[in-house]
Design a protein around this ligand. Sequence first.
Ligand code: BTN
Length: 240
Amino acid sequence: MTVYKFDSLTSTNDYMKQNISDFKEYDAVSAVTQSAGKARRGNCWVSQEGMALFTFIVKKKEYFSSDDSEYLKIPLISGLAAIKGLEKSENLNYMFKWTNDVYFEGKKMSGILVEKAEDTFFIGIGININNSLPKELKNKAVSLSDITGKIYDIDKVITDIIEEFKILYKTFTYGKWDEILAEINRLNYLKGKEVSLKAGEERFFGTVQDINYDGEIEIISGNEVHSFSIGEIFEEGISF
Ligand code: BTN
């Protein structure tokens, strides 16, 4: 695994996608800043110096079913790898917010954008590490430095996360998804929370249960359990 480091790129995901033939599995590209960082649902990721901003690539395995249902699990595995990697620098009570955010005490610390082209997954991760969040975001996002007052080695955080991903991905391809899922559910930030889920123009209200075997979030409303594979989740009473 090689991490190629840049001062500035438009987006580490885009750079890897455009230069895919230069990279092998688990290689990564990191940037100090990005001028056009991408977030999920076509949103922008505002990149601040001091964040860990990187993308690494993973190949689709024989193990995957042909209908691509395994694709849903890659973001979940990435989120858990981010938590386990971060624990090596600072052991805090990080939580996993479905589908793939890392939260600390109700605030977002990391976002992950997984893209796929042919048999390659591009796992793009942005983490608030040494940056300090602007005032207007301090009620919804947090950095590691904001919490502890320390400065961290961003390169180490990046390699620790990729190493953790490698271990989890191997476990996954050995057919032990249930072990990974149990760990993710232990860290399920949304569990028991009253939420609304937005999927397209539809809004659905209910109380979050576990993430199921297919990687979907289960939400109970009345006596019925509904499962969702996509959607944006809002905690009731909290605006994001
Ligand atoms: C989200 O929270 O919606 C996902 C944000 C992902 C941001 C990271 S920063 C590094 C990588 N390059 C990008 O352009 N995006 C991801």
